[in-house]
Design a binder for this molecule. Structure first.
Ligand code: SF4
Length: 408
């Protein structure tokens, strides 16, 4: 009898260990078991991040903390400023939340913030942040300010998902770095946290209302970490954004990953960097496009539209003088969009000069040419807008395609 009780207890302990507490209530993007395996494989030396959710959840399980403890922890962190992030202040606040004293000490010895802002370059449209990772590498994040007609201010945080990028798109500064490394989900979440802290500390009006994965890297090449970060961004205990306020931007090298995102996070917005609807031109601008035909990409978009309830994707189209701004390109783009029966929306982005693009002799088209291309699309019934605002960060090299870190 005693031995069967022991056996049952042992089995229960094993089951408990292999299924850590998951911060479930308030989550809009469910966690995946594979993430827990991925996170442990990527364990790093030094303190772990408060935003490493699988590690925090495992710590909670191992130390008999409950979900309300985790919720309290994130309430403290999300309301903290630099002064209240001091260890003694955190200790007091966690104590007030009835955290057992021993667990507080262990928690604060195991976890901390692991990224820091090294440099801020302000521009009229926001600011670019050089962020140092725990391994010493540098990445970049951008805060973009939007002012509505009624005077309300909101910020979009543009986050990096990789250090550098393997895709080597010809117009992109980040592509010149090659892939230096992958970011963990915690490093992605800490970028948003640091920028949110900046807004708070500078006493800027408004708050962060959107997150876009348009910084350094191809998010779908770091799919597991990005998916886990989506859980934190949308979780009510953390950043609490609605999934539709988050955009994952891809150059679309993998139809399979687009389908996976549509299956696992259908309400998250998808932006596809198309840049040309003609296969041969696209391969010049995006060398990785050689691995996927434009028709297969279209099929993946249709799948996404179906899964997202018809919301469809944004098509990003960087307009480069004499390269992809011809009438033939406008016709191909029109045909591509009309096949999607109104489920796509085109963002026309005037090319932002980069050293990478300069090597190819890329130039920004004249405003008249941009307007003519736009008119061409509209005349055929394609929903399109010129994103003049993407030029706002130009003076700080924080505009689309301009992010690069020479010290990564
Ligand atoms: S545009 Fe995006 S996918 Fe292409 S090289 Fe730059 S960061 Fe990578």
């Amino acid at each position: 009898m005693t031995s069967s009780i022991l056996l049952i207890s042992l089995l229960l302990a094993i089951i408990e260990k292999s299924h850590p507490l998951i911060l479930t209530s308030g989550q809009r993007i469910p966690s995946r078991q594979s993430i827990h395996q991925h996170a442990s494989q990527n364990a790093r030396l030094g303190p772990k991040s408060f935003f490493d959710l699988p590690a925090i959840e495992k710590f909670a399980t191992d130390n008999d903390l409950k979900e309300h403890h985790l919720k309290g922890l994130y309430r403290v962190l999300m309301n903290a400023d630099r002064s209240t992030l001091e260890r003694t202040v955190l200790e007091e606040q966690l104590h007030a939340l009835s955290f057992p004293k021993k667990q507080i000490s262990s928690l604060l010895s195991t976890f901390s913030l692991t990224c820091s802002i090294q440099r801020i370059e302000k521009s009229k449209g926001g600011a670019k942040f050089v962020v140092q990772l725990p391994n010493g590498k540098l990445i970049e994040s951008v805060l973009i300010r939007h002012e509505r007609h009624n005077g309300d201010v909101r910020y979009t945080t543009c986050v990096s998902s990789q250090i550098g990028c393997a895709k080597k798109c010809s117009f992109c500064a980040t592509g010149t770095m090659g892939l230096v490394g992958q970011l963990s989900s915690a490093e992605i979440l800490e970028q948003i946290y640091l920028l949110q802290q900046y807004v708070k500390e500078e006493k800027l009006p408004g708050q962060v209302g959107n997150v876009v994965f348009m910084g350094m890297g191809e998010p779908l090449d770091n799919y597991d970490a990005v998916h886990e970060a989506l859980r934190g961004i949308t979780h009510q205990c953390l950043f609490g954004l609605k999934a539709k306020k988050v955009t994952v931007s891809t150059v679309g090298a993998s139809a399979q990953k687009i389908r996976a995102l549509a299956d696992e996070a259908p309400q998250v917005c998808l932006a596809l960097s198309l840049h040309s609807a003609i296969q041969s031109s696209r391969e010049v601008l995006i060398p990785s496009a050689i691995s996927i035909h434009i028709d297969d990409l279209g099929d993946a978009l249709d799948y996404h539209a179906c899964k997202s309830g018809g919301r469809g994707a944004m098509l990003e189209y960087l307009l480069i003088d004499g390269i992809n701004d011809s009438n033939e390109e406008a016709r191909a783009l029109t045909e591509f969009c009309l096949k999607r029966e109104g489920s796509v929306y085109v963002n026309l982005i005037p090319y932002n000069p980069t050293l990478a693009g300069d090597d190819f002799g890329f130039r920004t088209p004249l405003d008249e040419r941009i307007n003519a291309f736009h008119d061409n699309l509209k005349a055929s019934g394609v929903k399109a807008l010129v994103r003049w605002s993407t030029q706002n960060g130009r003076d700080a090299n924080g505009a689309c395609g301009q992010l690069v870190s020479s010290t990564a």
